[in-house]
Design a protein around this ligand. Sequence first.
Ligand SMILES: [Zn+2]
Length: 106
Amino acid sequence: MVNTKNLRDAVKKSADKLAKSASKNVDAVKKVTSGKYSNSKNLKDHKHCRECGKMISPSSDSLLCKSQVCIDKFEKDLKVKKQLRLWMIILVIVLILPNILTFLGV
Ligand SMILES: [Zn+2]
């Protein structure tokens, strides 16, 4: 009689322990997943204008704020970048062309 009671108590105790640790694990998992979720949400909410760095609505497709100054600056920058790329291509061709010509034996 006494033995079975002890056994039952022991089983109950270990079951309680198991349940406690399980709920702890669940809490930890919940914390991690909720932290991840809020982090990704924060990243999504953060979008800055490429020119002035002002916060802009994450739903907008534009990389700029609505300021005309930034739009003008961005377009100017784009033109300069395009020109720079063109010059790079010309430079590469000028540098490589003699090598190609000698390689071809022209
Ligand atoms: Zn701006």
